[in-house]
Design a protein around this ligand. Structure first.
Ligand code: NAG
Ligand code: NAG
Ligand code: NAG
Length: 505
């Protein structure tokens, strides 16, 4: 009897020593990927509860400085325990995808639980949603653990507030260089992902709100084709451009999240119905191909790199050579077709009307809300000038939107013009040169992608001498996600630029 017990004891001691030494046993929480997490679940070195606890500790420690998280889910540990129990009961079979993985959601994505959904505004505190947002419901069905809500820019930038600021969350800080903006409006998810405060995060974009904070925080952001992911239950700006997408530390993680959230939703029927034809059989992970750059025709737009300082430009040039080295065919000095001078005016005019209509519809649908219309939001801000920092930021856009009276002749003309810019612009350029993607620095093409409902993927590209991250963006036409993922993944694997932040003031 004594012999086997001793052996068990010896094995336990050996395992403990291995864990202490970190030599193939202990789970490495920093920079943990979804694949590593699932492996950890399967080999017994990790539980969802331990992972959630790690992120809760990170949030408690870092959030007073970074303000990336606006609310922690009081039920997150219970959800993790449930995921752990489900996994044991299934004999480990459900250790796949996002099952048991803690996800942080931008605070404009509704959850029907104890978390608030406010788009960072005090006006919506206490409002009660009818149901989970379409993407949140899909995450739950995949067994993901809802960690909490991330700090957005209030009203998703519609108030033109400071890029990372919200009345509820305060100023989100860039963990690489605290004096530099983390950009918005998905500042919270970007910073949380990059500072290891969550396994993966979800942001939303209307015109640059995923791409911009991704490049400035050295994370991968996917801005999906509009309609690929449901917008139901997401506080809107315009259904014509709004899209929900992952912000993660790796392309592979972002693709795990994308796989979990795409699909038809009867509450966003028209857009998700139209875009579901783009979803590939077998999902997006098949496009994580190390040779994903081979044979790809990539357009390098004129004027999009030249404006940068010599150092990032040198790095971008090196990246373009790397792409060529990995088999991509670069078509350089392309001019984006079309006359874009009136883009901002037309976009603003149309968005004002669409914002009022869609926000009012969102507010009316709530089970309870302190405000029921854009007019009441404006009145709330006027009544709380100090908390809402009205003197600094004003609310000119909200007021301009309130003055609109639906989609009239001017809005229809603007819509025609924007469609013309899309078909005569990016679509024309891509088709003429048979491109798989255009590649640009940072956020520079976001408006072009926005008006066409086109997808883009941001990948870390480097750091300035001061340590501020910059990124590279692959953009394409609607439904181009498979090839964009191929290129982004192959580029990421060839360059491996991202490194976790060392906090600098
Ligand atoms: C379990 O998998 C993780 C990767 O997720 C690895 O770091 C760890 O060493 C593995 N542990 C054992 C005991 O195999
Ligand atoms: C939601 O807001 C209410 C009202 O301010 C607050 O009491 C509650 O703690 C918030 N919920 C969470 C999960 O933080
Ligand atoms: C572009 O359009 C603007 C008006 O929006 C016009 O003033 C300008 O002349 C046009 N530029 C070219 C090159 O056609």
């Amino acid at each position: 009897m004594a012999q086997p017990r001793l052996q068990v004891l010896a094995a336990a001691v050996a395992l403990t020593l291995a864990l202490v030494a970190g030599g193939g046993g202990a789970f490495e929480f920093q920079e943990a990927t979804v694949d590593a997490i699932q492996l950890g679940f399967r080999n017994g070195s990790l539980t969802s509860a331990a992972l959630v606890q790690f992120y809760l500790d990170r949030i408690a420690r870092l959030n007073p400085l970074l303000r990336a998280v606006i609310e922690v889910n009081p039920d997150t540990l219970a959800q993790a325990a449930r995921a752990d129990a489900e996994r044991s009961a299934s004999g480990g079979r459900c250790a796949a995808g996002l099952h048991g993985v803690p996800v942080l959601l931008k605070d404009n994505i509704a959850t029907r639980d104890r978390l608030n959904t406010t788009a960072g505004s005090l006006a919506l505190l206490g409002s009660v949603v009818r149901r989970d947002a379409g993407v949140a419901a899909r995450l739950r069905r995949a067994g993901a653990v809802i960690l909490g809500k991330a700090n957005p820019t209030e009203w998703s930038n519609f108030r033109q507030v400071d890029p990372g600021w919200s009345a509820r969350g305060g100023q989100t800080q860039n963990p690489y260089v605290l004096s530099v903006t983390p950009c918005g409006s998905s500042a919270g998810p970007g910073v949380a992902a990059e500072a290891n405060m969550a396994a993966v995060t979800l942001g939303s974009e209307t015109a640059g709100s995923i791409i911009c904070p991704s490049v400035l925080n050295s994370v991968v952001g996917i801005k999906p084709t509009v309609g690929l992911t449901s917008r139901s239950g997401v506080i809107p700006i315009t259904p014509r451009q709004d899209t929900i997408g992952p912000m993660c530390r790796t392309v592979s993680d972002a693709v795990h999240v994308l796989d979990a959230i795409v699909g038809y939703d009867e509450l966003d029927a028209e857009a998700t119905g139209a875009a579901s034809k783009y979803i590939p059989h077998g999902g997006y992970r098949q496009f994580l191909r190390i040779d994903g750059l081979r044979g790809k025709r990539i357009g390098v737009l004129r004027g999009f790199f030249e404006q940068y300082a010599p150092e990032p430009r040198r790095v971008y040039e090196k990246h373009l050579s790397t792409m060529r080295h990995h088999g991509a065919i670069l078509i350089k000095d392309l001019d984006l077709a079309g006359n874009w001078t009136d883009l901002g005016d037309q976009m603003g005019l149309l968005m004002n009307a669409e914002f009022k209509l869609s926000l009012n519809a969102y507010l009316k649908d709530l089970l309870y809300s302190p405000v029921r219309s854009l007019a009441q939001v404006i009145a709330f801000n006027n009544a709380h000038p100090k908390e809402e920092r009205l003197k600094d930021f004003g609310q000119a856009n909200l007021i301009a939107a309130e003055k609109t009276t639906g989609i009239g002749a001017a809005e229809r003309a603007a819509l025609r013009r924007l469609n013309e810019l899309s078909t005569g612009g990016l679509e024309k350029t891509v088709k003429e040169h048979r491109l798989d993607a255009v590649v640009v620095a940072n956020n520079d093409i976001s408006a072009v992608l926005a008006i066409g409902g086109y997808p883009g993927i941001a990948v870390p590209a480097g750091y300035s001498e001061e340590g501020v991250p910059f990124g590279i963006v692959f953009g394409g036409l609607r439904g181009y996600e498979p090839r964009l993922i191929e290129m982004a993944y192959a580029f990421e694997q060839a360059t491996k630029v991202r490194r976790p932040p060392a906090f600098r003031h």
